[in-house]
Design a protein around this ligand. Structure first.
Ligand code: PEP
Ligand code: MG
Length: 320
């Protein structure tokens, strides 16, 4: 069975009708670096770094450098996308002197928190830049809502680069900087963001939460969670189109990218890069190599002309 799985994972990533796609792994903990490689992921599409910050003491620059280096070395030359701290919301590091606001999901989280505690952000950026000599790395900024935040973050990254060069450290000078498109503001204004970013990653978990106004952790409203909602479809489509217009690659890294049916929906919307927990890679690969992209687009077009439930749409896509 293992050799069969290995042979299957080595097959080209192409749909039945010949459209290419790439599968990346999400890593939340170090144990997943190896799993991404074993699943033959094209790289780590989302390295969540929150785990480093959840202890009582915050990690220093060297501790972070070693963690990022471990991910890069595990991937043996395949790119690693490191997301800067996405704390706040439900996960506030105990070592941070920041108080939780009245509505954490709308409070000081993600990049907002990093820009409020810039010394912590600088340490993380320096650690990533230093690790970049060990293999290809990209920086991913979470929770963008305003281009000014992006300008600010980029200035800090440039500053850190110069600081390290002054220290005589060797770093990758052209390290790409991308952004998570996961708030309604970033999705609706994606044509403002795309020209300023080297790549975009759609965070469907937060995008769906904020667009449909359903708390992603509240079971009572989870019945409203619908990736086939016209608002979600049109936003993802706009992001894909902006990516093409501005030559800015788009990946989906939210949970939808690890779901056999939803990846066919994303394929129909023009998505070709998917990042998911490594355990989901075999099933997603099977779903996509057995799919005809043209058929998926037809099913989606029919659904949009006469919307039915998202569940119906996903069922139909899975049966195609
Ligand atoms: C997302 O929001 O879809 C995402 C990938 O990030 P997280 O789940 O860590 O918020
Ligand atoms: Mg998110």
């Amino acid at each position: 069975h293992r050799t069969e799985l290995k042979r299957f994972l080595a097959r080209p990533s192409r749909t039945l009708d010949g459209e290419g796609f790439q599968l990346y792994g999400n890593a939340e903990l170090p144990a997943e670096f190896e799993r991404c490689r074993e699943a033959r992921a094209a790289g780590i599409g989302l390295m969540r770094t929150e785990y480093l910050f959840l202890g009582d003491r915050l990690p220093d620059e060297d501790t972070q450098y070693r963690a990022y280096r471990a991910a890069i070395e595990a991937m043996e030359g395949r790119p690693v996308t490191i997301r800067t701290l996405d704390a706040g919301g439900d996960k506030l590091p105990p070592g941070l002197a920041v108080t939780q606001g009245p509505n954490p999901a709308l409070g000081l989280r993600g990049l907002r928190l990093s820009l409020a505690v810039t010394e912590l952000f600088r340490e993380q950026i320096r650690a990533i830049l230093r690790a970049s000599v060990h293999g290809p790395v990209q920086i991913l900024l979470p929770m963008l809502t305003d281009v000014e935040e992006l300008h600010q973050a980029r200035r800090i990254i440039d500053d850190c680069r110069r600081e390290l060069q002054r220290r005589g450290e060797s770093i990758d000078p052209g390290l790409p900087v991308g952004g998570m498109i996961e708030t309604p503001a970033a999705a609706l204004a994606v044509r403002e963001f795309a020209p300023l970013l080297d790549f975009m990653s759609i965070g469907t978990n937060d995008l769906i939460q904020y667009v449909l106004a359903i708390d992603r952790q509240d079971e009572q409203v989870s019945y409203l969670y619908d990736p086939g909602h016209p608002a979600i479809l049109s936003l993802i489509e706009q992001i894909v189109l902006a990516g093409r217009e501005f030559d800015c690659p788009v990946t989906v890294c939210g949970e939808l990218a690890g779901d056999e049916a939803a990846v066919r929906l994303l394929l129909a919307l023009g998505v070709a890069n998917f990042s998911m927990p490594p355990a989901s890679i075999p099933a997603v690969k099977k779903s996509l190599i057995d799919a005809r992209a043209a058929r998926c687009r037809e099913i989606l077009a029919r659904h949009r002309a006469r919307p039915a439930s998202g569940r119906q749409l996903l069922g139909e896509l899975l049966r195609e």
